[in-house]
Design a binder for this molecule. Structure first.
Ligand SMILES: [Zn+2]
Length: 116
């Protein structure tokens, strides 16, 4: 489980965004998809919708994520793990695709939540 969060942190490191978030979708010990968040358009246009969340991109890449577990990680400016609890919109999207559990980083260690 920590290995998948580490993988998600490595994804976050590739993000061009101010809030660097990475996500991994796993089934058992297999990684089905990974992603990091991206700019949707110029950040000055619409702050609220300025990025595609890592989870959204993950959903697009995953064929059939039912029964999978999602791992979401964020890196702060200094490169340390930070709170990456999925936002309500992503929580709903993940749950509606049959993903039951999300593990995520916080500044004080990993945490998780049950979706749906
Ligand atoms: Zn989100």
């Amino acid at each position: 489980m920590l290995a998948f969060l580490d993988l998600a942190l490595k994804q976050a490191a590739h993000s061009p965004c101010r809030y660097r978030v990475g996500a991994v979708l796993a089934k058992g010990s297999r990684v089905l998809a990974h992603a990091h968040n991206r700019h949707r358009n110029a950040p000055s246009v619409d702050l609220r919708h300025a990025t595609f969340h890592a989870e959204e991109i993950l959903m697009r890449r995953a064929g059939s994520p039912r029964g999978c577990v999602v791992y979401v990680a964020r890196l702060d400016r200094s490169g340390a793990p930070a709170l990456a609890r999925p936002c309500p919109r992503c929580q709903h999207a993940l749950a509606s695709r049959g993903i039951g559990i999300a593990h995520y980083t916080t500044s004080h260690g990993p945490d998780w939540l049950r979706l749906a």
